[in-house]
Design a protein around this ligand. Structure first.
Ligand code: NZQ
Ligand code: ZN
Length: 392
């Protein structure tokens, strides 16, 4: 195991009807003027924004609001949010929504004190200051409620880029699983796929002797394999939704990834897909991740056998371990298909003829990227081609 620091300062406020406590937590973390940031309307329609506002009013906290965050959140709204926070003297941003709303809030939070174009902070410049961010989560997926990451799409050229800093870790995150009941099944499945992908990005590592994090990863994966079909079949199943919601946080606040090298190539390849086609991140991952696995499995066949036997219940074939590894990957793809995810370019709405453009945008040039297996432009092209034609 490698040396590590683990810093996860967020206070998680979990359970039924907790959104009505937003005001008292804002007070606890020193907010006096709050920007309520939300998406395309689901949080308004469900009455959640009303609950949050009432709670802030009761705690005597002033607020303004900015809705309209799109999935794959855009830089254009971030600029608006930065201006609004500066004009209104906002001192805490409360994200009410999913990963897109939270990431947009984080971008505004690092943009307000930055004396320049906030996009610099998504092009390699480290943020040095941030307004505090807090969240009321409405979908189990991105894990942004516990992560120090944010992903924004620059509308001009649809460039999707991420940044990371502990400054962006939320002060508190309210997580009421009941709020996720209104999600369409497709969106629930996209979220489940993203959660599993966050674990796999950490699970496939070259670091040896990481039994504790391997087992933590496997427990999240097993939970998702069990609970996702339950929730798709019975959207009102609170307990299954609760397990999935907590799994989404555990998958991405890095408790499963400490002390080990991580990969993140599938996310890199996927961000180009959701950037170019404006598709859901989880759906893009369903197409990319099993294809990436197929391409790199030869690098460490036994690690893929471990996934196959421990997570997907395959029998180990000691005479032909590769067949076990491939069976595990096949079962993963079949699982994604069974929960309604696309598994190839056509099902996602992507085009094979765009592969050179996707590879150009990922910007690897003649270099290589990634951890478990480093990839160059030819490897990335090959993975996109597998993804274009994948079938069961
Ligand atoms: O906009 P509204 O009307 O709220 O609708 C949203 C949106 O259309 C809807 N939704 C959310 N909660 C709902 C609901 N509909 C009904 N009932 C509810 N309770 O769901 C749609 C998707 O929402 P979004 O926030 O985009 O989903 P998600 O949480 O999957 O976030 C995806 C974004 O997060 C980024 C992705 O790249 C993508 O841009 N990621 C962020 C990460 C991070 N910050 O750590 C890590 C991830 O790997 C990921 O890249
Ligand atoms: Zn993700």
């Amino acid at each position: 195991m490698d040396n590590f620091n683990f810093y996860s300062p967020t206070e998680f406020v979990f359970g039924k009807d907790r959104a009505s406590e937003a005001g008292s937590y804002v007070k606890k973390y020193g907010g006096s003027k709050v920007l309520i940031h939300y998406g395309g309307g689901s949080a308004v329609r469900s009455g959640l924004i009303g609950v949050v506002k009432k709670s802030l009013d009761e705690a005597g906290i002033a607020h303004c609001e900015l809705g309209g965050v799109q999935p794959n959140p855009r830089d254009t709204l971030v600029y608006k949010g930065i201006e609004m926070c500066r004009n209104e003297g906002v001192d805490l941003i409360l994200a009410v929504g999913g990963g897109s709303v939270i990431d947009s809030s984080k971008a505004i939070a690092i943009g307000v004190p930055y004396d320049g174009d906030f996009w610099d902070l998504y092009c390699g410049k480290a943020p040095e200051k941030a307004l505090p961010v807090a969240t009321v989560l409405t979908i189990a997926a991105a894990g942004s409620e516990g992560s120090g990451n944010s992903v924004i799409t620059k509308e001009d050229g649809m460039l999707k880029r991420g940044t990371g800093s502990d400054l962006m870790r939320p002060r508190f995150s309210i997580m009421d699983p009941a709020l996720t009941r209104s999600l369409p099944a497709y969106q629930t499945a996209c979220g489940a796929t993203d959660i599993m992908a966050h674990v796999f990005e950490r699970y496939f590592t070259n670091t040896k002797e990481v039994e504790i994090t391997d087992r933590l990863c496997e427990s999240v994966l097993l939970t998702m394999v069990k609970e996702t079909p339950r929730v798709i079949a019975d959207p009102d199943n609170y307990d299954a939704r609760a397990n999935i919601m907590w799994a989404g946080m555990v998958a991405h606040n890095n408790i499963c990834g400490v002390g080990r090298q991580q990969d993140w190539n599938s996310h890199g390849l996927e961000h180009e897909l959701s950037g170019l086609y404006d598709v859901a991140h989880g759906a893009g991952l369903a197409v990319i991740m099993p294809s990436w696995m197929e391409y790199v499995h030869g690098h460490n066949v036994m690690r893929f056998c471990q996934m196959a036997t421990r997570v997907f219940g395959c029998q180990m074939n000691y005479e032909d371990p590769e067949s076990t590894a491939l069976e595990g990957i096949h079962r993963f793809r079949a699982f994604l298909h069974s929960i309604g995810m696309p598994i190839n370019f056509a099902e996602l709405g992507a085009k094979e003829e765009d592969i050179p453009e996707l590879v150009r945008k990922i910007g690897v040039g003649t270099g290589r990227r990634g951890g478990f297996v480093e990839l160059g432009a030819d490897d990335i092209t090959a993975i996109y081609k597998i993804a274009a034609h994948a079938s069961l």
